[in-house]
Design a binder for this molecule. Structure first.
Ligand code: SF4
Length: 397
C-alpha cells in the first residue's frame, strides 16, 4: 500500500459516529449535538456514502461554511422535489458499460468507482462509491468500443475519481488508449488536488509524461480549497506537462457570490489552472438544496466579464437535463442585430454600435453551414430582402 493510500485509510472520516466525535472535538459538543444527529442522518448516509479526507476536513474553518456544506451530510438530501436519479441521462447514452458517448468526437470513460472525499451535491451519486455500478472488470468492452469508433478523438476519464486508481492501473489505461490511433487527447476529470493532494506523487508525474497530450480538469468550488498542499500538487502536475483546467459547480451557500467566484478564478490562475466551466448544479435527487437560479449564474458571469482578465472567465453552462449536453449561457449584451449594424452594451452598461461590413460576404458559409445545420448569413439576408419586398407589396396593394 502506498503512502497516499495509507493516509486515505487512516486519516479520513467515513462513519457518522466518527464525524460526530470529530465535530464535538473540534467545534464543541453543542455543535455536534445540533448538527450531527446520527440517527436522522443515517438514511442520507445509506443513500450516498460519506468519506472526508484530512485535507477536506482542514478546509472546513467553521460549522456551516462553504466546505462544511460540500462534505457534511444533511437531512435535506432526503427532500426530493424536481430531482431525478440520472438527471443527465448518462445511462441512456451508454452503448457499453462504463462508456457514455453523447458528443460527436469524444466519449466519457468511467474508470473508477470511488473518490477520496464524497461531495454531497455529486451528479453521479447514483453510481459513485459503488464498485458494482462502475465496474473495474468492464474495461474490455469499453476499449473495444473506443477502438471501433474512429470518430472519437478525445476520451475523458472519470468515475468517481480516476486518480484513486494505482499508477499501474492508470498506466495500463493510458497504454491501451494510446494504442488506439484515432484517440488524440486523454483528459482526466479529477478532484484529487483538492481532496488528497499527496496522491500526485513524483512517480505518477514521471509516468504520465509518456502519454501526452494529457489534460486534467480539476474541480474547485471555493478559493479556500486552494491550500498550499493543493497548489503544490497542481504545480507538480504542471511541471509534468499536464494542461490544467477547472470545472466549478455553482452551489447555493458555497460560491453563489461574485466576489467568491472572482477570488476563486484568480487563485486558480495563480496556480496555473485555467477556469474552464461554471456549471449550474444539476437537478439531481439528493442535491437539490444546492441549486440556485440561472439568473445568479448570469449575474456572476456579468461580474467577471470585462471586470477581470478574460483568462479568469470560464464558460457558464447548463448540462441540459435528459441528456441534451452542455449549453453555454451568456448575459444579454446584444440589444439589436440587423444586416447593417449591431447595437450592444459593454461590461459597464454603455451602449455601442458596430457596423456590419458593406461588401458582399464571401460565399464560404453555405457548405460549412450545411454540415452544421445552421442558416448561413447570406441566406438570412436573402430571406430578409424577400420579406421586405413582400411587406412593401402588401403595403402598396
Ligand atoms: S469528486 Fe466528483 S465524482 Fe467524486 S463525489 Fe465529488 S463530484 Fe462526485
Amino acid at each position: 500500500m502506498s503512502d497516499w493510500q495509507k493516509t486515505l485509510r487512516d486519516d479520513s472520516i467515513s462513519t457518522l459516529e466518527q464525524l460526530r466525535s470529530y465535530v464535538a472535538e473540534r467545534f464543541g459538543e453543542d455543535a455536534a449535538e445540533r448538527e450531527i444527529d446520527v440517527e436522522a442522518l443515517r438514511p442520507a448516509f445509506d443513500n450516498f456514502q460519506m468519506r472526508i479526507t484530512r485535507e477536506s476536513l482542514s478546509q472546513i474553518r467553521e460549522v456551516g461554511d462553504a466546505n462544511w456544506q460540500q462534505f457534511i451530510p444533511t437531512v435535506q438530501e432526503l427532500e426530493v422535489v424536481d430531482g431525478v436519479i440520472d438527471s443527465l441521462d448518462e445511462d441512456g447514452d451508454s452503448p457499453v458499460p462504463n462508456i457514455t458517448h453523447r458528443y460527436p468526437d469524444r466519449a466519457l470513460f468511467l474508470v473508477s468507482p470511488v473518490c477520496a472525499s464524497y461531495c454531497r451535491f455529486c451528479t453521479r451519486r447514483r453510481k459513485v462509491g459503488d464498485p458494482e455500478k462502475i465496474s473495474l472488470k468492464e474495461y474490455e468492452s469499453a476499449f473495444q468500443y473506443l477502438a471501433e469508433h474512429t470518430e472519437i478523438r478525445d476520451v475523458i476519464l472519470s468515475g468517481g475519481d480516476p486518480m484513486m486508481l494505482s499508477d499501474q492501473r492508470l498506466e495500463y489505461i493510458f497504454q491501451r488508449l494510446r494504442a488506439i490511433p484515432h484517440i488524440e487527447i486523454i483528459r482526466i476529470g479529477s478532484r484529487i488536488t483538492s481532496h488528497l493532494p499527496e496522491r500526485v506523487t513524483p512517480e505518477f508525474c514521471e509516468m504520465v509524461q509518456k502519454y501526452h497530450p494529457i489534460f486534467m480538469n480539476t474541480h474547485f468550488n471555493h478559493p479556500s480549497e486552494l491550500t498550499p498542499a493543493a497548489v503544490a500538487a497542481l504545480d507538480r502536475l504542471s511541471r509534468a506537462g499536464i494542461s490544467l483546467g477547472c470545472q466549478t459547480v455553482l452551489l447555493k451557500g458555497v460560491n453563489d457570490d461574485p466576489h467568491v467566484m472572482m477570488k476563486l478564478m484568480h487563485e486558480l490562475l495563480k496556480a496555473r489552472v485555467r477556469p474552464y466551466y461554471i456549471y449550474m448544479a444539476d437537478q439531481v435527487a439528493g442535491g437539490e438544496h444546492f441549486r440556485t437560479t440561472v439568473q445568479k449564474g448570469l449575474e456572476i458571469i456579468q461580474a467577471l466579464r470585462g471586470w477581470t482578465s478574460g483568462l479568469a472567465v470560464p464558460q457558464f453552462v447548463i448540462d441540459a437535463p435528459g441528456g441534451g449536453g452542455k449549453v453555454p449561457l451568456l448575459p444579454e449584451y446584444v440589444e439589436e442585430i440587423n444586416d447593417d449594424e449591431v447595437v450592444f452594451r459593454n461590461f459597464e452598461g454603455k451602449q455601442f454600435t458596430y457596423k456590419q461590413p458593406r461588401q458582399p460576404v464571401p460565399d464560404v458559409m453555405p457548405g460549412i453551414a450545411a454540415t452544421h445545420d445552421v442558416v448561413p448569413i447570406e441566406a438570412g439576408k436573402a430571406a430578409k430582402k424577400k420579406r421586405v419586398a413582400r411587406n412593401r407589396k402588401s403595403a402598396n396593394g
